[in-house]
Design a protein around this ligand. Structure first.
Ligand code: ADP
Ligand code: MG
Length: 273
């Protein structure tokens, strides 16, 4: 498949790729409901390889659900999502046109990393253990390979000194940087951040944003749900403003943040600033 070109077949080789390569994400007509509640009401977005997209919008507008559909954590009701041409969900008016096996879902999911507001580290594992775990399981890496790569990634996020620390011994900002290193350990083509700094004390926000900035320059395709408007303006090529399950407007930060065309975008920006 196109996806495997230039990319080692995970389980067979056990090699951990040296760095990330951005994937292309296509989202077409995506609808998602929970019972009677239609949370995504026809989302269309294209995320070119290596692009950085900031998603803004009020609480409850469907931002987390959108990330979760990209990462296969939620199936779509209809619509299509693809990463480098590989389809994640495709239904039309209830007709199931394409369904992936569980194995295929797991395989695709290794190419899409996710970082949550609440870090979600394994409490009983050190920073090194947290980062080395997934490549051992998902890519079949040996312990030595996984730990070598984990040390490199912890250095990349500025935590060389903390490889042997447990999560409870780390600040929130440090824990979130371990979580970012862990997401990078599978060499994702796409990395999704769901309000990565919302749970942090204000003085710890910048160290996490600095790591995300460095990833933005490294070429991984990033999607960042954030309320940090200044950060979104600095780091994003495209800002997407969502409200009530639809994209209200999208474009470069200089348009959407500095000169929004829509009243709802203006009202939101005034509230969060
Ligand atoms: P945001 O991240 O923009 O705050 P979410 O995507 O988390 O929004 O949620 C959008 C809407 O979907 C909210 O009304 C929320 O309560 C609802 N919702 C999210 N996940 C579920 C779920 N698993 N079951 C039922 N309702 C959900
Ligand atoms: Mg959310």
């Amino acid at each position: 498949s196109a996806e495997s070109a230039g990319r080692p077949a995970p389980a067979s080789s056990g090699r951990i790729p040296a760095r990330s390569r951005g994937g292309r994400v296509e989202i077409r007509g995506v609808h998602k409901s929970f019972g009677d509640l239609e949370v995504l009401r026809g989302i269309d977005l294209t995320l070119p390889p290596g692009s950085v997209t900031a998603v803004l919008g009020p609480s409850g507008s469907g931002k987390s659900t959108l990330l979760r559909t990209i990462n296969h954590l939620e199936p779509v009701n209809h619509g299509l999502i693809s990463v480098d041409g590989e389809v994640i969900g495709y239904r039309r008016e209830g007709d199931l046109l394409h369904e992936l096996s569980e194995r295929e879902v797991l395989r695709q999911r290794t190419s899409i990393g996710m970082v949550f507001q609440s870090f979600n580290l394994f409490a009983h594992m050190t920073a090194l253990g947290n980062v080395a775990e997934a490549p051992r399981r998902a890519l079949g890496a040996t312990r030595a390979q996984a730990e070598t790569r984990a040390r490199e990634l912890l250095e990349l996020v500025g935590l060389s000194e903390k490889v042997d620390a447990y999560p409870r011994q780390l600040s929130g900002g440090q824990q979130q940087r371990v979580a970012i290193a862990r997401a990078l350990a599978l060499d994702p083509k796409v990395l999704l951040f769901d309000e990565p700094t919302s749970a942090l004390d204000p003085e710890l926000v910048e160290e996490v944003l600095a790591v995300i900035r460095s990833l933005a320059r490294a070429g991984t395709t990033l999607v960042i749900v954030t309320h940090e408007i200044g950060f979104a303006r600095d780091v994003a090529d495209t800002v997407v403003f969502m409200d009530r399950g639809v994209v209200i407007e999208q474009g470069p930060p200089a348009e959407v943040i500095d000169h929004p065309a829509q009243d709802r975008t203006r009202a939101f920006l005034q509230r969060v600033r």
